[in-house]
Design a binder for this molecule. Structure first.
Ligand SMILES: *[C@@H]1O[C@H](CO)[C@@H](O)[C@H](O)[C@H]1NC(C)=O
Ligand SMILES: *[C@@H]1O[C@H](CO)[C@@H](O)[C@H](O)[C@H]1NC(C)=O
Ligand SMILES: *[C@@H]1O[C@H](CO)[C@@H](O)[C@H](O)[C@H]1NC(C)=O
Length: 399
C-alpha cells in the first residue's frame, strides 16, 4: 500500500499553487459573493476592483497562515494531504497517462480556505462523517470543487423510508424520513411546499417543491406566447426522435427532466442544495441529479449532448468572463445540430444591448428563436428584462 506520508517536494508545490492561483480565481471569487441566482446584482465591478478583492483575500489568508505558525501545507489537514499526495500505481507506468502515479483531484482553491478545509477534513477514518452539508456546500461554491473525497460514512436519516415506485414518484412528495434536514430552514416537506405562503424571505426556487402549483404546467404548453416556449414546440424543430439525451443546468426540482422522460428523453439535472434538499428530491422523482455548480467544467465529452436547457440560472449575476467560458462549454458538449434552450435569461435593459446580446450571439450558434420581454416582478423601474432563445450548434463545421 502506498504510504500516505507527505513527500518533501509538496511544500513547494503548494507554495506555487498558492501564488499561481490568483489570476485564475477572479471569477470564482465573484461567483461566491454573488451566488444567489435570483438576487439581481446590477453593479458591474470593474476588473481592478475584482483584483483588489482577490488580493485582499489572498493576503488575509496568508496572514492567517503565518499566525498559525505554519507555512504551506503544514496548515492543511493530514487527511487532505493523504488524499492529494501522488499515489504510486501498483503496475507501474500506465500507458494512457504515461505516468506511474495518480493524484486525486480537488478544486484548486480548496487550499485558500484552510480553516474550513480543516473542519471539512477532520473526521475519524472509517467512522461517521460530521453532519456538515452546509459547510461542504459553502466550500464548494467558493471554488473548492470538486470537494475532497472523505473516508467516512456520510450522515443519513436514522430510518430511511424508500421512495414511491415509478411512475407515482414523478409527481408525489417523498417521505420526510428520506432526508437529513440539518442544513435547511425547513424540517419537513410540508414546510417546503408551503413556504411561498408562509415565508417572507427570498429563497431559491421558493415554490418549486409544490408540485401541484406552478411546477405542474411548466413547459407543458406555450403560455402567453413569447418567452415561454413549450417542450413540444422546441422538440418540433428537430426530426422526431433525434433529441435523446441532454442536460438541464440549475434545474430546480427537475420538472423539465420529468417532462422529457415522458417523451423518452433522458435529462440530467444539475442543482445545488440551496436551503432545500433539491438533489434528493430530484432523485426521488426518478431522474438523475448532478451536484455541480455553474463554475465547473461540464463533465461530458465534446459533441455528445442533443440538448442543453437552462432557466433563470444563467443571468447577470454570473461574472461576464465566467459566462463566456460557460457558453463555450455548452457549445462544446452539444453535438452538431444540438439545441441550446436559454430560457428566461435575465438582466437590465442596457446590459442586454451592451453586453449580453453580443456575447451570446458571438458563440457561433444558429438562432432558431430569439424573444425578449420585460421582467416586471420587481417593478418596472428596474428596467429588467428576459431573453428566451432557442439556439442550435451548426451541423457543419464552420470554424
Ligand atoms: C470499519 O468500520 C466498520 C463499521 O463500523 C467496522 O465493522 C470495521 O471493523 C472497521 N474497520 C476497521 C479497519 O477499523
Ligand atoms: C413541519 O415543520 C413545521 C415547522 O417547520 C411544523 O410546524 C410542522 O408541524 C411540521 N409538520 C409535520 C407534518 O411534521
Ligand atoms: C416511449 O418508449 C416506450 C417504449 O419504447 C413507447 O412505448 C412509448 O410510446 C414512447 N413514448 C413516446 C412519447 O415516445
Amino acid at each position: 500500500m502506498e504510504s500516505p506520508h507527505k513527500p518533501k517536494h509538496l511544500s513547494s508545490t503548494f507554495f506555487f499553487l498558492f501564488i499561481f492561483i490568483s489570476s485564475n480565481l477572479v471569477t470564482l471569487f465573484i461567483s461566491t459573493s454573488l451566488f444567489n441566482p435570483c438576487a439581481l446584482t446590477t453593479t458591474r465591478t470593474d476588473n481592478n476592483a475584482i483584483t483588489t478583492m482577490v488580493e485582499k483575500k489572498l493576503f488575509d489568508e496568508e496572514i492567517t497562515r503565518n499566525n498559525d505558525g505554519g507555512e504551506g501545507e503544514q496548515d492543511l489537514p493530514d487527511e487532505f494531504m493523504t488524499l492529494t499526495s501522488p499515489q504510486k500505481l501498483p503496475f507501474g507506468v500506465n500507458p494512457n497517462s504515461k505516468s506511474d502515479k495518480i493524484i486525486s483531484p480537488v478544486g484548486k482553491p480548496c487550499t485558500l480556505f484552510p480553516n474550513e478545509l480543516k473542519r471539512f477534513m477532520s473526521y475519524t477514518v472509517n467512522g461517521s462523517c460530521p453532519d456538515d452539508e452546509l459547510l461542504a456546500q459553502r466550500l464548494l461554491l467558493k471554488g473548492c470543487e470538486p470537494l475532497p473525497r472523505r473516508r467516512c460514512r456520510v450522515a443519513a436519516p436514522e430510518t430511511y423510508v424508500e421512495h414511491h415506485p415509478f411512475p407515482e414518484c414523478q409527481w408525489s412528495t417523498p417521505s420526510d424520513s428520506s432526508i437529513v434536514w440539518t442544513a435547511y430552514t425547513c424540517k419537513n416537506y410540508s414546510c417546503l411546499i408551503n413556504r411561498r405562503k408562509n415565508q417572507k424571505e427570498f429563497d431559491d426556487c421558493k415554490d418549486c417543491f409544490d408540485l401541484q402549483g406552478r411546477e405542474k404546467n411548466r413547459w407543458a404548453e406555450t403560455i402567453g406566447g413569447g418567452l415561454d416556449f413549450s417542450i413540444d414546440e422546441v422538440l418540433g424543430v428537430k426530426k422526431q426522435g433525434t433529441i435523446k439525451i441532454g442536460l438541464d443546468i440549475g434545474g430546480g426540482v427537475a420538472t423539465f427532466a420529468v417532462r422529457m422522460r415522458e417523451r423518452n428523453i433522458t435529462i440530467i439535472t444539475t442543482s445545488m442544495n440551496l436551503n432545500g434538499p433539491f438533489n434528493n428530491f430530484i432523485a426521488a422523482r426518478g431522474v438523475v441529479p448532478l451536484y455541480l455548480s455553474i463554475s465547473q467544467r461540464l463533465p461530458f465529452f465534446d459533441n455528445t449532448l442533443d440538448i442543453v436547457h437552462s432557466m433563470h440560472v444563467l443571468s447577470n449575476w454570473i461574472p461576464t468572463t465566467m459566462l463566456h467560458f460557460l457558453l463555450f462549454d455548452i457549445y462544446r458538449v452539444l453535438r452538431p445540430g444540438g439545441l441550446f434552450w436559454l430560457d428566461h435569461f435575465f438582466c437590465i435593459g442596457e446590459q442586454y444591448e451592451e453586453v449580453y446580446k453580443p456575447l451570446i450571439q458571438s458563440i457561433g450558434f444558429n438562432q432558431i428563436k430569439w424573444v425578449t420581454g420585460r421582467k416586471l416582478d420587481r417593478g418596472p423601474d428596474l428596467n429588467e428584462m428576459y431573453l428566451s432563445a432557442l439556439l442550435e450548434k451548426p451541423l457543419s463545421h464552420s470554424w
